[in-house]
Design a protein around this ligand. Structure first.
Ligand code: MG
Length: 180
């Protein structure tokens, strides 16, 4: 019953993923949520994120940003990044993900979707059959308040971690050791 909320993998942030290993497995497209996945909600991109997108392109990945936020938000974020995007996406609607696949020109089997919200990013992509990575949400410095949904997510993650059939379904793609 909870399976549709289970990500294929969990990462402490988008930088902790070994994208070369994903590419070696045959993945060619990456769908990214923006807010609290790549940067804190509403903020422009950072140098580190800009570099990540250059790196992904160098590896050979096609990327697309998929956000429920609007065009203005994307434009603020995307300044130094060359990537396709869909705004006002209406996630977790499956149509949002089908549209992203269509824009990427890739089948779901060659695409990975990354986001910070289990009940939006993960369930939406899972419904379409796109492999998913749940990324720990980006916090603002000093932020301690957690929304109610985050507690529910944590509870589901506790159950998920006890189900080896569902964890690490993309193999050994998490870089260990570094906390940043
Ligand atoms: Mg988000």
């Amino acid at each position: 019953m909870l399976e549709k909320y289970y990500p294929y993998e969990y990462a402490r942030n988008v930088f902790a993923i070994d994208y070369k290993k994903l590419y070696a497995q045959g993945f060619r497209g990456l769908i990214f949520d923006i807010d609290n996945t790549l940067v804190h909600h509403g903020e422009p991109s950072t140098e580190r994120v800009d570099k990540l997108f250059l790196y992904l392109k160098k590896i050979g990945f096609k990327t697309i940003l998929l956000t429920n936020n609007d065009e203005n938000r994307v434009q603020l974020f995307i300044k130094n990044i060359d990537t396709d995007y869909i705004c006002d996406a209406d996630k977790p609607s499956p149509e949002a993900y089908l549209k992203a696949l269509e824009k990427l020109g890739l089948p779901k089997e060659q695409t990975v979707s990354l986001g910070d919200q289990m009940f939006i990013d993960i369930v939406g992509a899972n419904c379409v059959g796109i492999p998913t990575i749940l990324v720990h949400y980006v916090k603002a410095p000093g932020e301690i308040w957690l929304g109610f949904k985050r507690y529910i997510e944590m509870a589901v993650m506790l159950v998920y971690r006890l189900r080896p059939k569902y964890t690490h379904r993309l193999g050994n793609i998490i870089k260990r050791g570094k906390r940043k």
